[in-house]
Design a protein around this ligand. Structure first.
Ligand SMILES: [Zn+2]
Length: 99
């Protein structure tokens, strides 16, 4: 797992500030943290399903079931799932109807 550089721990808002690869201070928004978390949870779910021999597509892209999962990203300051093929917003993270 990637580790947050220790310098971030001593800032006034340690949980919301990290250093980007370029070395610039970067404030994470709540939406970005949610998208990042959803992305990690998706990876864990896929790995767990794959290890059990189950189809490892979770959650399903509503437009393309069994083809690919939607990707967690940020659109207009909201954490959402988007179809990686069409780029269409599928749902806000946490509001997918079928997964
Ligand atoms: Zn799709």
């Amino acid at each position: 797992m990637p580790r947050t550089p220790a310098c971030g721990l001593f800032s006034r808002t340690p949980s919301r500030t990290a250093w980007s690869a370029g070395g610039n201070a970067y404030a994470w928004t709540a939406a970005e943290q949610l998208a990042s978390l959803a992305d990690q949870v998706q990876e864990w779910a896929v790995e767990a399903l794959w290890s059990e021999g189950a189809p490892a597509v979770r959650p399903h892209c509503p437009a393309h079931p069994d083809m690919h999962p939607p990707a967690a990203t940020i659109v207009v300051s909201s954490a959402v799932w988007v179809c990686p093929k069409s780029g269409a917003t599928v749902a806000r993270i946490g509001e997918l109807e079928h997964c």
